[in-house]
Design a protein around this ligand. Structure first.
Ligand SMILES: Cc1cc2nc3c(=O)[nH]c(=O)nc-3n(C[C@H](O)[C@H](O)[C@H](O)COP(=O)(O)OP(=O)(O)OC[C@H]3O[C@@H](n4cnc5c(N)ncnc54)[C@H](O)[C@@H]3O)c2cc1C
Length: 137
């Protein structure tokens, strides 16, 4: 009898790529009760998502109450030299705070101010400090 290392796995959705985009899509599907399998081709520490160290932008307004998702969108479009698609920029910036909330829910140890609010720092092209970060503050 010949033994093969191959085996068959059935899934409703196959997500290829185990960086932030693939994992976020997989979590959304799993939370909606959809059977999902995520496939990566390299070690988990080798995705760009794992290499990113600066932080994540979201207008939480914890350091400066003047910040808003609209200002985040305007800064993003300006920094893209008007090449970014405004509809995509709106989706990203308007939902960025929710993304931070999701990461908190999943255990991300964001750096915090003494009052417990998530810290935010300047990173790039910001009118106000709006980068949430962990580990190197
Ligand atoms: C050094 C560095 C620092 C950065 N710092 C920041 C930062 O501070 N803040 C910020 O917002 N952004 C930062 N970025 C950008 C950010 O990391 C990326 O925009 C983001 O992680 C992209 O996520 P992703 O899921 O699309 O891609 P990735 O995280 O690259 O994931 C793609 C995955 O797909 C896998 N894959 C590719 N092809 C196949 C295939 N054919 N079959 C199976 N698997 C496949 C790859 O192995 C990888 O695991 C940084 C990027 C780098 C490289």
């Amino acid at each position: 009898m010949v033994h093969s290392a191959e085996r068959q796995i059935a899934t409703s959705v196959l997500v290829i790529g185990t960086g932030g985009a693939g994992l976020r899509a997989a979590i959304e599907l799993a939370e909606r009760g959809v059977d999902v399998l995520v496939l990566g081709k390299r070690p988990k520490a080798d995705a760009h998502t794992t290499l990113a160290a600066g932080g994540i932008n979201a207008a939480l307004s914890t350091i400066d109450a003047e910040d808003s998702w609209q200002q985040h969108a305007a800064d993003t479009i300006t920094e893209s030299y008007l090449l970014a698609r405004p509809d995509i920029v709106q989706v990203v910036t308007e939902n960025a705070a929710r993304g931070i909330e999701d990461l908190e829910r999943w255990g991300m140890p964001f750096a915090r101010e003494s009052d417990g609010q998530i810290s935010q720092r300047f990173f790039g092209a910001h009118t106000y400090p709006r980068t949430a970060f962990a580990g190197d503050g």
